[in-house]
Design a protein around this ligand. Structure first.
Ligand SMILES: [Cu+2]
Length: 330
């Protein structure tokens, strides 16, 4: 079985001399590519094998005038019947088993895999590392993983359908609200590889980008430590500024007084907000905190109710930091 797999995963140079695929970086990517090129070139070959003789027959045997009668016709050829039944059968069986082996490789999760949690949200990815006790989040976020180790992503969505797509690893999986899906990979090349959302999920879908950074184990451990230390050493306002970017408040709120999707943070703190009910409230610490956690409880008049709830996603420290950040644009 293993030697068969090696054979299948072998880079067939004839088949892939013209390659449009991004660099392959996972344990099963080259197997996928071999199958893809096999299908591509045999498909092209079969097309020519059928279409060229067909055109030739049309040229040679088409009716030349209205009164021409058909010549005697052969209506059965045993050998031909057997050949065109069994040869395609063998070809399709090869495609099926080759594909099936690849399918098993992708969907059989190794038992010793390292678990990471992925949360899709309009319009960024959050990745939680239960073992390391860290999480990373935001547009363009760098997701570190160690090389040559099995990683399993357990994924869910905060809002709508998203899809976690890693072209270099030849893998993509839908991320759904209300259900967990998984995807596993073993990166066999060090480097940075793009992560895309492959399911149209709204205005900023195209900005829902991240990077998978594959590192040797030592470097990975240092990367984890770096993240652990970074948040502690920041002042509240600095941490708030960072969260403003990573939690993508920036896509809807400005700090310069111009209105984007939501009100600007400039002059917000201490102002009076009017709710859709007509009630007027002072924008103080408690109000900001409540609005960040559950915006639907205090809907602001004159704006679309599109702010996502951050309940469960921000620690007390982070909420305070955001309040300090907003306060700094008094
Ligand atoms: Cu998305």
């Amino acid at each position: 079985m293993d030697s068969l797999k090696e054979l299948l995963a072998m880079k067939l140079p004839v088949l892939s001399f013209w390659s449009s695929m991004p660099e392959a970086a996972s344990s099963y990517a080259s197997e996928f590519d071999s199958l893809y090129y096999f299908l591509l070139w045999t498909g092209l070959g079969l097309f020519l094998l059928i279409v060229v003789p067909m055109c030739w027959f049309v040229m040679k045997y088409h009716r030349r005038d209205e009164h021409q009668k058909a010549l005697s016709q052969r209506d059965y050829n045993y050998k031909l019947e057997v050949a065109w039944t069994f040869l395609p059968f063998i070809y399709l069986a090869v495609c099926f088993f080759w594909g099936f082996i690849g399918f098993l490789d992708v969907y059989t999760v190794p038992v010793n895999a390292k678990n990471l949690r992925v949360i899709g949200q309009k319009w960024n990815w959050t990745i939680q590392y239960p073992d390391e006790e860290i999480s990373v989040s935001g547009q363009g976020v760098v997701v570190g993983v160690p090389v040559d180790e099995n990683i399993i992503f357990t994924m869910s969505s905060q809002d709508v359908l998203h899809s976690f797509f890693l072209p270099n690893f030849r893998i993509k999986q839908d991320v759904l609200p209300g259900r967990y899906t998984t995807l596993w990979l073993k990166a066999d090349k060090v480097g940075e590889f793009p992560i895309f959302c492959a399911e149209y999920c709204g205005d900023n879908h195209s900005n829902m980008l991240a990077k998978l950074k594959v590192m040797p184990r030592v470097e990975y451990d240092a990367w984890v430590d770096g993240i652990k230390n970074a948040d502690i050493s920041l002042s509240p306002k600095e941490l708030g500024a960072k969260l403003y970017q990573t939690k993508v408040c920036v896509t809807c709120h400005t700090t310069d007084g111009t209105t984007k999707i939501g009100p600007s943070f400039k002059g917000l703190y201490g102002s009076i907000a009017e709710l859709t009910s007509g009630k007027k409230v002072k924008v103080d610490d408690s109000f900001i905190k409540e609005h960040i956690l559950t915006p639907s409880k205090t809907p602001i008049k004159g704006y679309p109710q599109v702010m996502p709830p951050f309940q469960g996603q921000l620690s007390e420290v982070e909420i305070n930091a955001l309040i300090e950040f907003i306060k700094s644009f008094k």
